[in-house]
Design a protein around this ligand. Structure first.
Ligand SMILES: C[S@@+](CC[C@H](N)C(=O)[O-])C[C@H]1O[C@@H](n2cnc3c(N)ncnc32)[C@H](O)[C@@H]1O
Length: 257
């Protein structure tokens, strides 16, 4: 597959260096737990660098990346950017775009992966006995982070070769809208990947989307073929004593034909 270079349209505005594609109000920012820097952004960031959470997810996603140069890779709900950042670093010919709804998450992602002043980002100690942590900054030119609702991105139709999300599906208000957006932006022969514990917060999610076969048949009905399904456990470390949450995760990859 060969690509013309994908460029995002002009944003509505910027906050610091982060392009904004959603006019998030003060009330929406206040209501969003993922905007709370300490502990929530730090905790999410720490997940990636401590223990095997980040490593396991990166290995899983990397196996299904497209081959060939010059691919357009999109992560929806990229959080603090570890997965997409490492994909961009490992594949300098890819163009990578990370979207998230939290400015604070994106600020962390940009600080680590797009920082022109190379140095270390200090991730301060959380509660629970964890020590301070230093993350070496990287100055990557093939990655962009932007604030957008994952269900309404500024991406053109059929512009993306690989669109993935991790731990997002069960956190959006309507997974159907997320799916429609992934299908809209995907190119022919492109792939979508969904990694999630499918741990819906409300009964509607369970009624509509459980068991996971419902998701698979809905996506296959839209002209994609499932090429990979795997179930595995992943641990989120809570404190220095290794108290932890174990997530039962499913990884699904579909190809458009
Ligand atoms: C549970 S965290 C997962 C972060 C990261 N992908 C991971 O695997 O650790 C969910 C992320 O999705 C983002 N998010 C939630 N709803 C969103 C939406 N509608 N559009 C874009 N991002 C969203 C949150 O801001 C947060 O960064």
């Amino acid at each position: 597959m060969s690509n013309s270079s994908l460029k995002l349209p002009p944003p509505l505005g910027y906050r610091k260096d982060i392009p904004l594609y959603y006019p998030k109000t003060e009330a929406e920012i206040k209501a969003d737990n993922y905007e709370i820097y300490n502990p929530n952004v730090l905790r999410s960031c720490r997940n990636f660098y401590e223990g095997n959470y980040g490593k396991v997810l990166l290995e899983e996603v990397s196996k299904y990346l497209p081959t060939g140069n010059d691919q357009n890779i999109v992560e929806l709900g990229c959080g603090s950017g570890y997965l997409l950042g490492n994909i961009a670093r490992n594949n300098p010919d890819f163009r990578c775009f990370g979207f998230d709804y939290s400015y604070q998450m994106l600020k962390m992602a940009a600080q680590v992966f797009r920082n022109k002043k190379l140095g270390n980002s200090a991730i301060q100690a959380l509660q629970n006995g964890m020590a301070d942590m230093e993350i070496p900054n990287q100055n990557l030119s093939n990655i962009e982070f932007a604030l957008s609702d994952a269900c309404m991105t500024p991406l053109p139709d059929q512009s993306v070769d690989f669109c993935f999300s991790c731990f997002l599906w069960d956190r959006v208000a309507d997974p159907n809208k997320l799916l429609e957006e992934k299908l809209r932006v995907l190119k022919p022969q492109g792939r979508i990947m969904i990694i999630s514990p499918f741990n819906y917060l409300g009964s509607e999610g369970w009624k509509t989307w459980y068991p996971i076969d419902k998701i698979i048949s809905k996506i296959e009905d839209r002209g994609l073929k499932i090429i990979h399904r795997r179930n595995f456990n992943i641990e989120e470390m809570l404190d220095l004593r290794r108290n932890r949450v174990v997530w039962e995760v499913e990884s699904l990859v579909f190809e458009k034909y």
